[in-house]
Design a protein around this ligand. Structure first.
Ligand code: ADP
Ligand code: MG
Length: 239
């Protein structure tokens, strides 16, 4: 369980400010979706929360702890990327257990966690395969499963479906909806540029534009009461 609180977060790359003072309170267990055009700062914001980039200014609190005082690997965060980043020479089981092994979790416990995650994602029959023997959607489910085995308090997704074809994207989106129900205490922050994903997954959508928030609200609030033309165009025109 972890609230995530961003206060006046800024990020500058080489003198160019790409995140321009973001304030956002995310409740434990909420499913938040960041949307916005390419280059608006969605990935950077996720990477700041994950601790993969250093914050230039402002404060980030995760589970009541000032994040810059907590090393990234102790923040209780797991992240799933657009590219699956699986080890090609390892089986699905070993890929999913890898982080647990590094953390010196005993084998019996590793097996139990991997089996549970595999069952949640319908990967039980694929545990002994190599990544190259899987479809893109299955590979992404392995990457999600690997993240689940870490029991994260905060689960970050950066456009996890954008490398999949349309049919697989729908199927994997349904898996993520199931995941949301199966992990009710886990805070989920999900980046996409796909309105359908945002509308179907989000408790609240954060519309970003050029490093700033245009509007935050439930899918229905944004759809029916967009704050401005930018939000209306982004949310209003279904993909
Ligand atoms: P999005 O994920 O919304 O497409 P990004 O967060 O990747 O956007 O990028 C936001 C802006 O920050 C872009 O202008 C991008 O070029 C810039 N940027 C991102 N990462 C770096 C970096 N490591 N060095 C310099 N500029 C970066
Ligand atoms: Mg991005």
């Amino acid at each position: 369980m972890a609230d995530v609180r961003l206060s006046q977060i800024r990020k500058t790359f080489g003198g160019h400010q790409v995140i321009k003072g973001i304030d956002l309170d995310i409740k434990s267990g909420e499913f938040i979706v960041f949307v916005g055009p390419s280059g608006c700062g969605k990935s950077t914001l996720l990477r700041l929360i994950a601790g993969l980039e250093e914050i230039s200014d402002g404060t980030l609190d995760i589970g009541g702890m000032r994040a810059n005082e907590v090393p990234p690997d102790a923040r209780g965060i797991a992240m799933v990327f657009q590219s699956y980043a699986l080890y090609p020479h390892m089986t699905v089981r070993d890929n999913m257990a890898f982080g647990l092994k590094l953390a010196k979790i005993p084998k019996a416990e590793r097996d139990a966690k991997v089996n549970k995650a595999a069952a949640m994602l319908q990967l039980t029959d694929y545990l002994d395969r190599l990544p190259k023997q899987l479809s893109g959607g299955q590979r992404q489910r392995v990457a999600i499963g690997r993240a689940i085995t870490r029991d994260p308090d905060v689960f970050l997704f950066d456009e996890p479906l954008s490398n999949l074809d349309a049919a697989l994207r729908v199927a994997t989106r349904i898996e993520i909806t199931n995941l949301k129900d199966a992990m009710p205490g886990t805070t989920m922050i999900y980046v996409t540029h796909d309105q359908t994903e945002a509308m179907t997954l989000a408790d609240r959508i954060v519309v970003l534009n050029a490093g700033q928030i245009e509007q935050v609200g439930s899918p229905m609030e944004l759809y029916h009461r967009p704050a401005n033309v930018f939000v209306a165009q982004f949310i209003g025109s279904p993909a």
